[in-house]
Ligand binder design. Structure first.
Ligand SMILES: [Zn+2]
Length: 63
C-alpha cells in the first residue's frame, strides 16, 4: 500500500485541539508550532490511514 507523503496530524495536549493536514504540494507547507486556540506547543505526528483519508476527503484540510 502506498501511503501519501506529507499528511501530518498536529495535536495539542493542553486543550485537545487537533488537525490533520494533507499537503498536496511540497511548495505550500503549513506548519503549526503552537496551538491556535491556547498557544501551547503542539505535537506533530505523521497521520495514520484513517486520518489521512479524512484529510483528503475534507476540502478544508487540503492545503
Ligand atoms: Zn491548545
Amino acid at each position: 500500500m502506498v501511503m501519501p507523503v506529507g499528511t501530518k496530524t498536529y495535536n495539542c495536549s493542553h486543550c485537545a485541539w487537533k488537525i490533520t493536514v494533507h499537503h498536496a504540494s511540497d511548495v505550500l507547507v503549513v506548519h503549526f508550532d503552537k496551538c491556535p486556540q491556547c498557544g501551547h506547543p503542539v505535537d506533530m505526528t505523521r497521520a495514520g490511514l484513517i486520518e489521512t483519508l479524512m484529510a483528503r476527503i475534507n476540502p478544508f484540510n487540503r492545503l
